[in-house]
Write a protein that binds this ligand. Structure first.
Ligand SMILES: *Cc1c(COP(=O)(O)O)cnc(C)c1O
Length: 421
């Protein structure tokens, strides 16, 4: 079935009431039929609901539907994108191990990998997403994850997914791809060799800036890679915290099963059923919205490129952009999502433009139906020196836009008046 059809139907079987909309199962726990039923559920002899920290029928629909859109086997929803990313790492690596990450990462992922994981004894090593050779040189026998974003936020680069997963697979290492900005509508990392995808559902999935959530998706057939793989002994040996369960011997997708039974159980970053329901609503029109976000962003990027006050425009949909070739290869119909940035002469000039826009909201978020404008040098990247700003690709005159669903004409008119003021 096509993605748009799956987005409306996958993972939901109507209840006895024939309820068209997926019900919100706002509950903490579930009654067992008897003691034997309860024991069977805990022993995984029977699958079913136990407690909403572990599973919930509304969240179950969100997980199944998202996995279907991504072309994956199964999924695990979490309370935020950051917790989905943390669970992906914590499920693969432990103290003494390392993960190799692209340098071009979302700010929260940079601090999580470089600082927080370090305090847990997991070392993060960084490579330039455009330099697969650098990645290969950083790998050793303790490397448990290769991590990068398909479409990077905020630098707006497009990863050569196939080239990077080829290196990971040659070493039998798991590739985790953050597919938040591209979404399953525009990019399908599993078709290019990735093993796990992670998403912030807070962005395009909700689509209207309504809720924080995250999701981790496991590709089909991943068990084959984990089984007897010496890098991942913990998937092949008895888990003392789950009465000796060997995850790869259960017949269930092992990566997600362990993330749920061990990490979600013990760390508890669970999504609320109401937020899962909001994400289900968002998914129904995700494909329609991504086309429109992408169309608006391209029109706006072309306008900005022609404006005399604009030094440079970063949007992978522009033929002049260094990422154009990768975007054409990896993104459905070459559509590049709603994120673009452009550079003007100075910090003062950028601040003036951001303040002069009326339609764009000054907000640190992306993927909302309402357009958003940010000036990284005075907000998210404020603590960096002039030299550091240049090094991480955020010059002082850089303005970032998350293109919403307003009419392209109104978006251009407003940015034009701000530029000409
Ligand atoms: C926002 C974002 C995250 C973090 O997601 P939260 O839901 O805010 O925790 C991770 N990766 C990318 C690419 C993001 O844009």
């Amino acid at each position: 079935m096509d993605l748009q059809t799956l987005a409306l139907h996958a993972g939901y079987e109507k209840d006895s009431q024939g309820t068209m909309a997926v019900p919100i199962y706002q509950t903490t726990a579930y009654e067992f039929r008897d003691v034997e039923h309860a024991a069977n559920l805990f022993a995984l002899k029977e699958l079913g609901n136990i407690y909403t920290r572990l599973n919930n029928p509304t969240t179950d629909v969100f997980e199944k539907r998202f996995a279907a859109l991504e072309g994956g086997e199964t999924a695990l929803a979490t309370s935020s994108g950051m917790s989905a990313i943390f669970y992906a790492f914590a499920n693969a690596a432990e103290a003494g191990d390392n993960i190799v990450c692209a340098r071009q990462l979302y700010g929260g992922s940079l601090t999580q990998t470089a600082h927080t994981l370090k305090r847990f004894g997991i070392e993060a090593r960084f490579f330039d997403v455009h330099n697969p050779r650098e990645l290969e040189q950083l790998i050793d026998e303790k490397t448990k994850v290769i991590f990068f974003e398909s479409l990077t936020n905020p630098s707006i680069d497009v990863a050569d997914i196939e080239a990077l997963t080829k290196i990971a697979n040659a070493h039998n290492i798991l590739t985790v791809v953050d597919n938040t900005v591209a979404t399953p509508v525009l990019c399908r990392p599993f078709e290019w060799g990735a093993d796990i995808t992670v998403h912030s559902a807070s962005k395009y999935t909700t689509g209207q800036g309504l809720a924080i959530g995250g999701i981790l998706v496991e590709r089909k057939g991943l068990d084959e890679k984990l089984k007897n793989n010496p890098r991942y002994a913990h998937f092949n040996e008895p888990d003392a915290s789950y009465h000796g369960l060997v995850y790869t011997e259960t017949g269930l997708p092992a990566f997600t099963l362990r993330a749920r039974l061990s990490l979600l159980r013990d760390l508890g970053a669970v999504v609320s059923p109401f937020n899962s329901w909001l994400f289900i609503q968002g998914m129904e029109h995700l494909a329609l919205r991504m086309k429109e976000h992408s169309r608006n962003a391209l029109i706006l990027a072309e306008f900005l490129e022609s404006h005399p006050k604009v030094k440079k425009v970063n949007y992978p949909g522009l033929v002049t952009n260094a990422n154009f070739k990768n975007a054409q290869k990896y993104f459905t119909d070459g559509l590049c999502s709603g994120l673009l940035s452009f550079e003007v002469a100075s910090l003062e000039e950028a601040e003036k433009i951001v303040n002069a826009t009326e339609l764009y909201s000054l907000v640190v978020n992306i993927g909302d139906s309402k357009s958003i404008i940010t000036h990284p040098a005075s907000t998210t990247h404020q603590q960096l020196s002039h030299e550091e700003l240049i090094a991480c690709g955020v010059p002082e005159g850089l303005i970032r836009i998350s293109c919403g669903l307003e009419s392209a004409k109104d978006l251009i008119d407003d940015i034009a008046q701000a530029l000409d003021e």
